[in-house]
Structure formats: C-alpha cells, structure tokens
Design a binder for this molecule. Structure first.
Ligand SMILES: Cc1cc2nc3c(=O)[nH]c(=O)nc-3n(C[C@H](O)[C@H](O)[C@H](O)COP(=O)(O)OP(=O)(O)OC[C@H]3O[C@@H](n4cnc5c(N)ncnc54)[C@H](O)[C@@H]3O)c2cc1C
Length: 469
C-alpha cells in the first residue's frame, strides 16, 4: 500500500493482555481491494493475533431508509461470509457504531478505521480517538483512505475550482496509487469469544424489526454486494465500455451503474480502474473509452470528495456555490416562473414535462437515474420552484431519499453543480440568470429521449415493486 493512504492517529504499545486487532468497517464495506482490512491483517500478523472486524448498524443513520438499509445489508451479509472463509471474526451489532466499537478498544493491540468523508463520519472517528486517548488505552490507531484512488489531501490541499484545476494534479500522481496486490493471509485464525452478533441471515426479518423509514421500497432492479457489483461491471466491460463515449444518451444505457456500489464501498474505485487497465492490456478496450470513463471515476468523483472535504457547508444552500452564482440568483429571485410545482407534485411525476416525469419515475421506482437526466431533473426543479433555496432543499431531499447512491459526496457536488459550482457563467436568461440552462428541446435534439421514456415505462411494467409485507 502506498503509505500516503495512512493517517497515523495514535501510537500504541505492546501489552500481554491484548487479544486482537480490530478493523472498524464503516465506509468501505467490502473484503476485496480494502487497504484498511489488509493493513489490519498485517498488524495482526506482526503479533500473531486474531482479527476482529466490527460493523455497527444504527437505525438512525442520517436520511437512510429501507431502500438504503436493504442494499447495504445485502453487501454486509456477503462480507460476513467471505471474512468467515478467511478465518476473520466478524461482529455485526445493531447499535451506533461510534459507541459500540468502544467496548472492544481496551483489549485491542491496534484499531484500524477506514476514512469517511462526510461530516458525521469524521465526527464518529474523532469521538473514538478521543475516548481511546482519554481512557489511556494502549492500542495504536490508524485511519486508511481506501475508497479513493488518490486520497483527497494528497491530490490537493485546497478546494479546487473545477475539474480543470484538479485534473492535472491527479493525473500526475494516480499511477502511484495503483497499490493493491492482494489481501494478506491471516496467520492466527483463532475464534474470539466475544459477545454474539446480531443476525444478518434474514435481511427482510432484520429490516422489519428496525425502526427505520420503510416508505421507500427496495429496488426491484439493483441488488447490493460485491458479487453483484462485480458482475455488473464485467457486463459493462464486455458490452458497453467501448461505447462509453456515447453514454450521455440516457436511452442507450451505456453507463456502468457503479455509483451505488461505490457509495457503500461495496466495490473499490481502484479495482474498477485496474480492471479497465487489464482490459486495455488485453486489447478489449480502446484508449478513448478508457480516458472518458476515468475522467468520471477519477477526476469528477474525486473532485466531489475534494468539495466536501474543503467546503464545510457542502450541504447548506447558503454556502454550497460560488459568489457569482449567488449574485445572479439574487438578481433573478423574483423573475416570473411559468410553472410552479409543489414537492409532492414533483415526487409523484405530475408535471407537464414527460421527460422529467420519466426521470422522476426511474428514481422513485429503481433508485437510479442516468447522469444527464439527473442534471435535467435538478435544473427543472430550479425552474419550477418559487425560490432557489426551496429548489435546493427539494432536490437534496429527493436525491437522498430515492437514490441508492444518495447521501454521497457526489450527491452534494452534483447538486451544487446545478447551482454553478465547478461550472462557469453562461448567457443570462430569465429565472436561471447566468446558471446553465437545460430544456426539453435539447434532449429531443441530442438523444432518443422518447426511447428513454418508453424504457422507463417498460421497466416499471415488467418489474413490480418489491413491497415488504
Ligand atoms: C443533480 C445531480 C445529482 C447527483 N446525485 C448523485 C448521488 O446522489 N450519488 C452519486 O453517486 N452521484 C450523483 N451524481 C453524479 C452522477 O450523476 C452519478 O455518479 C452517475 O450518474 C452514476 O451512474 P453510473 O455509475 O452509471 O456512472 P458512470 O457513467 O458509469 O460513471 C462511473 C463512475 O464515475 C463517477 N461519476 C460519473 N459521473 C459523475 C459525475 N457527474 N460527478 C461525479 N462522479 C461521477 C461515479 O462514481 C460513477 O459511478 C449526481 C449528479 C447530478 C447532476
């Protein structure tokens, strides 16, 4: 592993009562290509200790609902099976993780945490570090950035202005971060007699008993876990990747659908990139398609992580975009809106625009939407809301409610982009001011947008929603 992935938080000392090394799995919910897990195994091997992987599931995770929990639990169930196979103890508990993990700290030789990029994830990790220091536990603590190809703080030490400022920096160093060979074999496969974990075997039963928002149904199309991610990506590589340059057309369905798996850390961005390199080496993928995909996976995605890292108010209307964008919105605040829709009308696809309605249906029904339609969808909400602030709040709440990949750095950045962040000023017009404008004529001119509408209807008609009894 490139040592730049490691943030060493606390020294430890070796003591005879130490029973294991813990990896607190939170952001990176996978075994494959998980630098944090590998690092923890290496520490355990140095001392010939067994390993404990801990996952705490809180029913009050910010904005999470049944759709999110179900997808995540499908992945965790698989993680549990693989870890068992590797001789690694796994404890899954229904509790707040930053509290639950504390009961294991006193007996540990080392704690390894994966890096979480959002505010509450950082606070959780800080709380655990503070407790360990305060209680003078002897364990060492390290934080490992394993969900990005180039860790944010290494790529840049400041908020980047746009993709064009981050791109040259990241392109200079990303090859140094092709640093995963394989998960080390754990030497001591000893079974730890610690309190039994909660039952992950029946996800439906488990989610039924959780006190969570059950109103958003499980996606009938997308299912969680590394195996599903990996199969979907193989299909993308075989059948779609060479046409990725055409993937802007929503009717062609040429994108990889990796965002939901990346969001839960069920697959690693580095593994995806390594598989793209392999396809190039074997002559299955052309360079232009590779570059176009890497632009999204590496540059655009990591720009989003740069954004949430260096913009503390990444989820607040007042602090999410650029001064020029606020200025133009102030100037156009009272422009007449030709259509005004309530959040409820938008959410139940009751607008005059069939393309918006189709996109909204895709989101509500499947938990996914194509990138181009996400832009169009959000731009229309700006156009049809009484104020920009209300538009922002509606977009953010629907985004995070329905998308499986919602509540991600990419969510906040994608939405801020619609309000001018990482974009430039365009020709001034009513309602949008200098913000980029999108309209239905553009969709009709560029794409087979009627085909997209039909596809969504077909998906809905052929896949009745999974309604939990
Ligand atoms: C208004 C709006 C809201 C968005 N909300 C989310 C969200 O909640 N969660 C989320 O993950 N993404 C969000 N995005 C970014 C983007 O639309 C999705 O990441 C992408 O559509 C996911 O589909 P895919 O995996 O098939 O993409 P592919 O085209 O196959 O791209 C591969 C990967 O590259 C990254 N990527 C692709 N497009 C972008 C982009 N525009 N910005 C940053 N990274 C990108 C993603 O990690 C993606 O999985 C949003 C964009 C907009 C404009």
């Amino acid at each position: 592993m490139n040592p730049k992935r490691i943030i060493h938080l606390k020294d430890g000392k070796s003591e005879s009562n130490q029973k294991y090394v813990i990896y607190w799995m939170q952001q990176s919910q996978r075994v494959h290509y998980n630098h944090a897990l590998s690092y923890a195994i290496e520490l355990a091997n140095q001392k010939d200790l067994p390993m404990l992987v801990y996952f705490g599931l809180t029913p009050s995770y910010p904005e999470a609902n049944l759709r999110h929990y179900y997808f995540m639990l499908e992945g965790l169930k698989e993680v549990k099976g693989i870890l068992h196979h590797f001789g690694i103890n796994f404890v899954f508990k229904l509790e707040s993780p930053e509290k639950g993990i504390q009961r294991y700290l006193g007996d540990a030789y080392a704690l390894v945490m994966d890096y979480g990029y959002l505010r509450h994830q950082k606070l959780w990790r800080k709380e655990v570090l503070d407790i360990a220091v305060q209680k003078e536990y002897s364990l060492s603590i390290d934080l490992i950035d394993t969900d990005l190809i180039v860790p944010v703080r290494i790529a840049s030490d400041k908020a980047e202005y746009g993709a064009y400022t981050l791109r040259p920096k990241i392109k200079r160093m990303y090859l140094e971060f092709r640093d995963f060979s394989r998960t080390p074999v754990l030497k001591n496969k000893g079974h730890l007699n610690i309190d039994s974990d909660d039952d992950l075997s029946d996800i439906k039963k488990l989610t039924d008993q959780l006190d969570i928002d059950q109103s958003v149904k499980i996606s009938p199309i997308y299912h969680g876990g590394y195996t599903n991610a990996s199969k979907l990506f193989s299909d993308f590589l075989e059948n779609k990747a060479n046409q990725y340059m055409l993937s802007n057309d929503p009717s062609l369905s040429l994108t990889s659908k990796m965002s939901m798996y990346l969001h839960f850390g069920q697959i690693s961005a580095l593994e995806i990139m390594d598989r793209m390199f392999l396809a190039i080496d074997h002559g299955h993928l052309d360079g232009a398609s590779f570059d176009a995909y890497i632009e999204q996976l590496l540059v655009r995605r990591e720009l989003a992580f740069n954004y949430v890292t260096y913009n503390k108010g990444y989820d607040q209307f007042e602090s999410m975009t650029e001064p020029w964008a606020y200025m133009t919105m102030n100037e156009h605040e009272f422009d007449k809106r030709d259509y005004l829709y309530s959040k409820n009308e938008l959410e139940s696809y009751q607008t005059h625009d069939p393309y918006f309605n189709a996109a909204m249906k895709e989101m509500v029904f499947t938990g996914y939407m194509h990138n181009y339609m996400r832009m169009y969808w959000a731009k229309k909400i700006i156009e049809w809301s009484p104020t920009y602030k209300e538009a922002y709040q509606t977009i953010l709440s629907l985004n995070n409610k329905y998308f499986i990949d919602g509540r991600d750095p990419n969510s906040y950045t994608g939405i801020a982009w619609c309000f001018g962040k990482h974009d430039r000023a365009w020709t001034e017009r009513s309602v949008f001011g200098k913000l980029r404008y999108m309209n239905d004529k553009g969709l009709e001119r560029k794409f087979n947008i009627e085909g997209y509408v039909k596809d969504i209807e077909n998906i809905i008609n052929n896949n009745p929603p999974i309604v939990k009894s």
